[in-house]
Write a protein that binds this ligand. Structure first.
Ligand code: SF4
Ligand code: SF4
Length: 435
């Protein structure tokens, strides 16, 4: 056993209001520089939607998929004559400017100096690259608030195979927000694909960083990260990525995105894990077993044997104590209500999500209530407005049973707390039913 500590984050998606405060404050802190105009270490996606950069989740297109190599390890797959090169350099497809967006500013002179006319003038978008007026076709928040009812949302790769379950009628459509940062993976493919060895995972807390002096601008990390969370700085010619605000973490304050989050939905904390188990867990062949495999890698610091081993491994005592109390650990390990984003990418991501609990379509239609009455609480999970299959495609590689179980726990907790808040006796049976 090789015990290591890892900084991790859990986001409760039911609480995200899509205000983008996290993205803006992160940008002000980290990427407010020339060459980084299009870069969002933190972005907030509207789901269904194409994400940012566009369709990064369509791994068949971006990565060519995954395959087991001769040594039984999973590697990125690519087709045709590029295959050999792609295996060495992760994959041949790099996001283009069109997949991000062409950065622009506004020409306010167009607004203030416009002559009297029939139509009210607007500030025109001007390209920061060419300096010319532009027609904007795509941006980081392009599908914001489209709510699954528009053509672009229907192209969401996560809807593949469940199109017939998704209703695009106005009253039954669904949407939610998915804030994203770098996953600070236990098995970071960005680091594995860097020919210069510039990307490293910090021994003490697992934060993944780019050594700016060693980076030679190959950009293999950009294509090698399945979450597309490394960016190329066009001014410096180096790769940059989310740093988990390590200078703040080192002095005991949270990341900028967590501190400024309007919904207070980001939990930060330490996890302990067995580094010897990581590669085997990432190589589990059955996609749907990956969530459990990753959970098996985590260790419980409340176990005296684990705490003793952690101390011997050099993890500071106050860190071990922090891991015991960590809200992240409790949500992932004790309550099992948080799930990893795309475990099938096999990088062992460490930003996890509590999936959104949406209203139940049929019950809403029939009663006008939001289905939290005890009678239909569990029976209705299958008819949630957000199809369980869609959430499963995001968080469990299609394992519907695991997501349903989490949703039932969340529904039970909400019903239980509602009773308490109303001054009624909570129904103990609900708690027992979800374990
Ligand atoms: Fe690297 Fe991407 Fe994982 Fe971040 S999300 S650690 S950039 S592979
Ligand atoms: Fe969501 Fe919080 Fe970001 Fe607002 S600040 S978009 S609530 S994660």
């Amino acid at each position: 056993m090789r015990i290591m500590a890892q900084m991790a984050m859990v986001m409760n998606l039911d609480k995200c209001i899509g205000c983008h405060t996290c993205s803006v404050t992160c940008k002000q802190a980290w990427t407010n520089r020339t060459g980084m105009e299009y870069v969002w270490f933190n972005n907030v996606e509207t789901r269904p939607g194409l994400g940012y950069p566009r369709t990064y989740e369509d791994q068949d297109t971006w990565q060519g998929g995954w395959e087991l190599n001769k040594k039984g390890r999973l590697t990125l797959k690519a087709g045709g004559r590029w295959k050999k090169l792609a295996t060495i350099f992760s994959n041949p497809k790099l996001p283009s400017l069109d997949d991000y967006y062409e950065p622009w500013t506004y020409d306010y002179a167009n607004l203030t100096n416009a002559p009297a006319q029939d139509v009210f003038p607007v500030a025109r978008p001007m390209s920061l690259i060419s300096g010319k007026p532009m027609n904007i076709r795509w941006s980081a928040n392009w599908d914001d608030n489209l709510g699954g009812s528009q053509e672009v949302a229907i192209k969401d790769p996560m809807l593949k195979g469940i199109e017939d379950k998704v209703k695009f009628e106005f009253e039954q459509t669904f949407m939610f927000y998915l804030p994203r940062i770098c996953e600070h993976c236990l098995n970071p493919s960005c680091a594995a694909s860097c020919p210069s060895g510039a990307i490293y995972k910090r021994e003490e807390d697992g934060i993944v960083l780019v050594d700016q002096d060693r980076c030679r601008g190959w950009r293999m990390c950009v294509s090698g990260c399945p979450y597309k969370k490394v960016y190329f700085n066009h001014k410096t010619g180096k790769a940059e990525k989310c740093t988990f605000c390590y200078p703040r973490i080192e002095v005991g304050i949270p990341t900028v995105c967590a501190e400024t989050c309007v919904g207070r939905l980001r939990y930060i904390g330490l996890m302990l894990y067995d580094a010897d188990k990581v590669l085997d867990a990432a190589s589990v062949e059955d996609d749907q077993a990956l969530y459990e495999a990753q959970c098996d890698v985590f260790l419980d610091p409340n176990d005296p044997a684990v705490a003793r081993e952690a101390e011997l491994a050099g993890i500071p005592l106050d860190w071990i104590e922090a891991a015991k109390k960590s809200p992240v650990r409790r949500l992932i390990q004790d309550y099992k209500v948080a799930l990893p984003l795309h475990p099938e990418y096999r990088t062992m991501p460490m930003v996890w999500y509590i999936p959104p609990l949406s209203p139940v379509v049929d019950v809403v239609k029939e009663t006008g209530h939001d289905a939290e009455s005890k009678d239909n609480l569990f029976a209705a999970i299958e008819t949630l407005r957000i199809p369980v299959e869609y959430l499963a495609n995001l968080f469990t590689a299609g394992d519907v049973a695991t997501v349903s179980n989490v949703l039932k726990k969340l529904a039970a907790m909400r019903s239980f707390m509602r009773d308490i808040n109303l001054g009624e006796d909570p129904d103990e049976e609900i708690a027992r039913a979800v374990g």
